[in-house]
Design a binder for this molecule. Structure first.
Ligand SMILES: [Zn+2]
Length: 324
């Protein structure tokens, strides 16, 4: 299944939902290092990261690493127990968020499996997703990013019969500000969402719910056998996404390099420029249809403690190089 250490998500806002890039941001876009903010600068992405610290600290940690967007957990990533958040902490997050202007994404617990054949796991997964969406709404997050889960060999259709009613319940708790974003999977162990087509089936079966979106992870695409370092392959994937789901539903990206080969179905994220995608990740970042989206790092970082300021800077520079 998915690695607990990998928690990165990104958002995409084609119609300018995040168009007000905060002053002083996007400087990595400028080739000559001059002050950003001129009208003719390269179209900005919002370069962000999954940050530790949860509701109390993740936003400040993101600001500290010069990120333009933040992804966080709203519970410990290693346990099902869901905390009772202090209303003061929720209010403080909303205030800091308004001050900083950073889009915020909550990543659901990796233990969640909405397609689980086992009743106990399924029930805990649904309860956790409900609590996660409620917390995300309380902090006015842009979305909850989640992995649908794995049917563990029971079959795609059997998995869907578990996941669809669960998703209907969870979507009911979302609102126009806080969406639910399905992340494409790395394709291992019966995971659902390994291709645009599988995501599209979920969309169709959920009657294209108005609060349902997608988060694409570069590493998961690559290890699923979709070589997004190849411009023509990437064009094809985004055309398919546009046709079957709609680019307006793509609300975030995860930018991760891959430690394992194309088509390996093994989910191992690597630092920017250090994995098998290398400079080729720039092809993904610079695609015209992906500009203006929040792009979130879920990389191990130099010390294994997660993304840091250096990784954000490498991401900005790679985007800038690939955009010229
Ligand atoms: Zn991801």
């Amino acid at each position: 299944m998915e690695e607990e250490s990998h928690l990165r998500h990104e958002l995409h806002a084609p119609s300018g939902q995040f168009g007000h890039v905060p002053a002083g941001r996007g400087r990595g876009q400028s080739q000559d290092g001059a002050a950003a903010g001129t009208a003719d600068m390269v179209a900005a992405m919002l370069f962000g990261a999954h940050c530790s610290g949860g509701i109390k600290k993740a936003l400040d940690n993101a600001v500290g690493m010069d990120a333009d967007a933040v992804q966080l957990f709203v519970q410990s990533p290693r346990t099902w127990r869901f905390p009772n958040h202090d209303p003061d902490d929720l209010a403080r997050f909303r205030e800091r968020r308004a001050e900083t202007g950073l889009p915020a994404f909550v990543h659901a617990l990796y233990l969640v499996n909405l397609a689980a054949p086992d009743d106990a796991v399924y029930s805990k997964s649904v309860d956790t997703m409900r609590a996660t969406v409620d917390a995300a709404c309380a902090i006015e997050a842009n979305a909850v990013v989640f992995h649908v889960g794995s049917h563990l060999g029971a079959g795609f259709e059997t998995g869907l019969e578990r996941a669809l009613p669960a998703l209907e319940q969870v979507l009911d708790r979302c609102n126009e500000r806080t969406w639910l974003l399905m992340e494409n999977s790395a394709g291992a162990g019966g995971t659902i969402g390994r291709s645009i087509e599988e995501l599209a089936v979920l969309f169709d079966r959920l009657q294209r719910h108005e609060r349902l979106g997608v988060c694409l992870d570069s590493c998961h695409l690559y290890v699923s056998g979709i070589d997004v370092t190849d411009a023509s392959v990437l064009d094809g994937v985004l055309d398919e996404l546009d046709e079957r789901i709609g680019l307006d539903r793509l609300r975030a990206l995860h930018a991760n390099d891959a430690k394992t080969p194309l088509g390996s179905n093994r989910d191992r994220h690597d630092n920017i420029l250090e994995g098998l995608m290398g400079e080729g990740l720039g092809t993904f970042l610079a695609h015209p249809k992906l500009q203006r989206l929040p792009v979130l790092l879920e990389v191990p970082g130099k010390d294994g403690k997660g993304p840091n300021a250096d990784e954000i800077q490498k991401l900005r520079e790679l985007h800038s190089r690939a955009s010229t």
